[in-house]
Every structure is written in C-alpha cells, then in structure tokens.
Design a protein around this ligand. Structure first.
Ligand SMILES: Nc1ncnc2c1ncn2[C@@H]1O[C@H](COP(=O)(O)OP(=O)(O)O)[C@@H](O)[C@H]1O
Ligand SMILES: O=C(OP(=O)(O)O)[C@H](O)COP(=O)(O)O
Length: 393
C-alpha cells in the first residue's frame, strides 16, 4: 500500500484519534456479532503498547444527525473493554469542552471511546467545522474503519486534512488482501456474486469481467440475467431496468473468454416462507406463479467444482434466501466449497460473511472482510475517499 500506516509514525505520548467501524449488529441492546470490534484490537493494542493516548470514534446505524438512545456506543465500549482486558472510558458526546477535558486527562496507554459521530448533522455532510472540532482533540489521525472507507464523512475524510493521517492495521490488511486479489490475482481467479441488491452488484461485475477467469452468478441477481435471455422467471426478484446491461455482460464475457456461470437449475417456491411448497426445476421451466429462491443441486455441483479448481476466490452475496433453512442449501454448498478449496478465499463482508459464520465455516476462510459496501466499491475499481485522504508514503 502506498499510504502511511501506524507503523510509519511516532505515537508515544500523542493523542491519537482512531476512526473505527463499530457499526455492529444489535438485538435488544446486545451485540450479536462483535467481529468488527475484535478486528480493531491489534491496532488499538499497537498504539497503547507504544504509549499513545487513544481516542476512538465510530458511527452506529443511521441516526440522521440526531441523538438516538438505542444507537449509543456504550455496549461497544463494554465489549472492547472485555476484549482488551482493561477499562475503556466512554464519552457521552463526540466533541465539545467536556470531551476535551476527558481527552486531556488520558494517560499513555488509556483508551476513550467517543459517542456516535452520526449524532451530529455535520458528520455525513463532511462539514469542515465538525472535522476541525474532531481534529482539535488529537495530534494524529488513524483510519481503521475499512467498513466506512467508501464514505466521505467528517470523521473518515474531512479530519484527515487537519492532522497527520495514517491507516490502522485492519485498514492496511483489508487493502492489502483485496488489492492483491485485484491487481495480481492467482489464477484461475473466480468471482462469485449473489445476493439481492442488483443495482449495487451490477457495476462490480463490469469490472470483474476485466480480471476474473470465472464469474459465478447466484441469488436474486440471477433472474435479471435469465430474463435478459428471454426465459420465464415467474415471480422471482428482477430489475427490469438492468436486463440490457445483464445481456451486455453475457456478451462481454464471451468476447473476453470469461467463463460466465449462471444457474442451470433453481429451487422455486410458491411462497416466501419456510413452509412453502418447493420444487427443483431447470431454468427454462420456472412456473409463472412461482419464485426462484435458491440454486438447484446441479448448479451447486458445478459451482463447487469450479471453486475447488480455483486458486483465488472472491465471494460477495448469498446464492439463495439462506436465512430460511430450506432455501439455504445453495449458499451452504458454496460456503463448503470455499472452506475446502486449496485456493485463497476472500469473503466480501455483508450477508455472505453472516452466512459463513452461520454455517460455522468462518475459521476455514482466508479473509473475511469487515466491509460490505466498501469491499464492493473497492472491487469496482473506485477510489475510497477514506483511503485517498491519508498521507502518502
Ligand atoms: N433468489 C432470491 N430471491 C430473493 N432474495 C434473495 C435471493 N437470493 C438471496 N436473496 C437475499 O439476498 C440478501 C442478501 O443480498 P445482498 O444484500 O445483496 O448481499 P450482501 O449483503 O452479501 O452484499 C439475503 O437477505 C438473501 O435472503
Ligand atoms: O455497515 C456498513 O456497511 P456494509 O453493511 O455495506 O458493510 C458500514 O458501517 C457503513 O455504514 P453505512 O452504509 O450506514 O454508511
């Protein structure tokens, strides 16, 4: 990476503003997956062990510039304290005199977590005044929030213009792994794209067509491609505005010699529920009043074989509605193939990461990204504003 990291700067005795992504899933006030917090521990320990005074900042949810009690970061501070095995102080605000007093009282090695930065309207607007107020709290800025690196906000981008700005160890690792995959991939390189957000995923396929050997399509995304080829898709998810683009990709793959794999059979259901009637049908036999909800057994086998033969696999988006057990077999088959392949496996955050964890296969993957949207934008070839703003080496 051509950006400076915490390894390249002196931190002893300095007040260090560290932007993390503690936007973790919560249910009834409890954190249900602490991966994003756990993954920042190496950076925080790196800094505290070297005598820095660590001031952490994060967003949580989308409170739209207002205080939302359920979106306070108090549970994150408690979990981080357990993970670090030492106290983590928690501020009730993210800027202002009270916060300044708390920061000034920090000793070397202490950790303070500020309140949700999105409680301030200036955060998402990248307001220079808010960025300056954050910067006034510290001597150095560290961005370790890969999951929010595609956002140009006051605490991810604006602040970097007021302080020496470097990446944290998690940010460095994410950019390194994803960057290696895209710039110099081991081959065969297989990209697996699934999920439901057709609009978000279409762009990434365009860029992947320039670099991948195999592109595997699954999930709700598949049906826009099947419809583009004139097939009946019943009540399946579709983006009618994107069928031309989908057909364009099928043609571009042919021109470039990319093996573009679409489902050959699918599981269809007469209802979106665990008790629905289901059938396995070939893709040219989808009944008009049924809905495709998973890839079928033949497709699972073909996809698994390609994954087994690949040296590098990047996966973003489930193959079916994996949250409902009868429709989870396609996603499970791909997850198991990724777990057992000798190739290097990168899971691109979001629901694919959740699926892999659900099947207890997380340990078997080489890298699970902490960023869904961020890893997608990175794979699209877009520059991430939170990274661009950091100091060059
Ligand atoms: N065939 C399908 N029809 C409708 N929804 C689907 C289908 N396949 C997968 N999904 C849904 O897609 C969602 C994930 O999509 P998306 O958000 O695009 O993925 P990710 O979070 O990994 O980027 C899951 O909730 C899953 O249930
Ligand atoms: O959870 C996040 O995004 P992701 O689900 O795409 O990984 C990040 O914390 C960014 O949050 P945002 O999409 O509200 O800016």
């Amino acid at each position: 990476m051509n950006k400076k990291s915490v390894r390249d700067v002196e931190v002893k005795g300095k007040k260090v503003f560290v932007r993390v992504d503690f936007n973790v899933p919560m249910e009834n006030g409890e954190i249900t997956d602490d991966t994003r917090i756990r993954e920042t521990v190496p950076t925080i320990q790196f800094l505290t062990e070297r005598g820095a005074k660590v001031v952490l900042a994060s967003h949580m949810g989308r409170p739209k510039g207002q205080v939302v009690e359920e979106l306070r970061l108090t549970p994150a501070a408690a979990r981080l304290s357990q993970l670090l095995g030492k106290p983590v102080a928690k501020a009730d605000e993210a800027i202002g005199d009270a916060v300044k007093t708390q920061v000034d009282a920090l000793e070397e090695g202490d950790v303070l977590l500020l309140e949700n930065v999105r409680f301030y309207p200036g955060e998402e607007k990248n307001d220079p005044e808010l960025a300056k107020a954050f910067a006034e709290l510290a001597d150095l800025y560290v961005n370790d929030a890969f999951g929010a690196a595609h956002r140009a906000h006051a605490s991810t981008e604006g602040i970097a213009h007021h302080l020496p700005a470097v990446s944290g160890l998690l940010m460095e690792k994410e950019l390194d792994v994803l960057g290696r995959a895209l710039n110099n991939p081991d081959r065969p390189f297989t990209a697996i794209i699934g999920g439901a957000k057709v609009k978000d995923k279409i762009q990434v396929i365009d860029n992947l067509l320039n670099i991948a050997d195999n592109i595997i399509i699954g999930g709700g995304l598949s049906y826009t491609f099947l419809k583009a080829q004139g097939l009946e898709i019943g009540k399946s998810l579709v983006d009618n505005e994107k069928t031309d683009m989908a057909m364009g990709f099928i043609n571009k793959a042919k021109e470039k010699g990319v093996n573009f794999m679409l489902p050959e059979d699918v599981v269809v259901a007469d209802d979106f529920s665990a008790t629905a009637n289901t059938r396995v049908v070939a893709v040219n036999e989808i009944p008009a009043d049924w809905e495709g909800i998973d890839i079928g057994p033949k497709t699972r086998e073909k996809y698994a074989k390609t994954i087994a033969e690949s040296k590098l696999i990047v996966w973003n988006g489930p193959m079916g509605v994996f949250e409902i057990e009868p429709f989870s077999h396609g996603t499970r088959a791909v997850a198991e193939a990724c777990a057992s392949t000798e190739g290097y496996t990168v899971i691109g955050g979001g629901d694919s990461a959740a699926a892999v964890e659900k099947f207890n296969l997380g340990e078997k993957m080489d890298h699970i990204s902490t960023g869904g949207g961020a890893s997608l934008e990175f794979m699209e070839g877009k520059a991430l504003p939170g990274v661009v703003a950091l100091n060059d080496k």
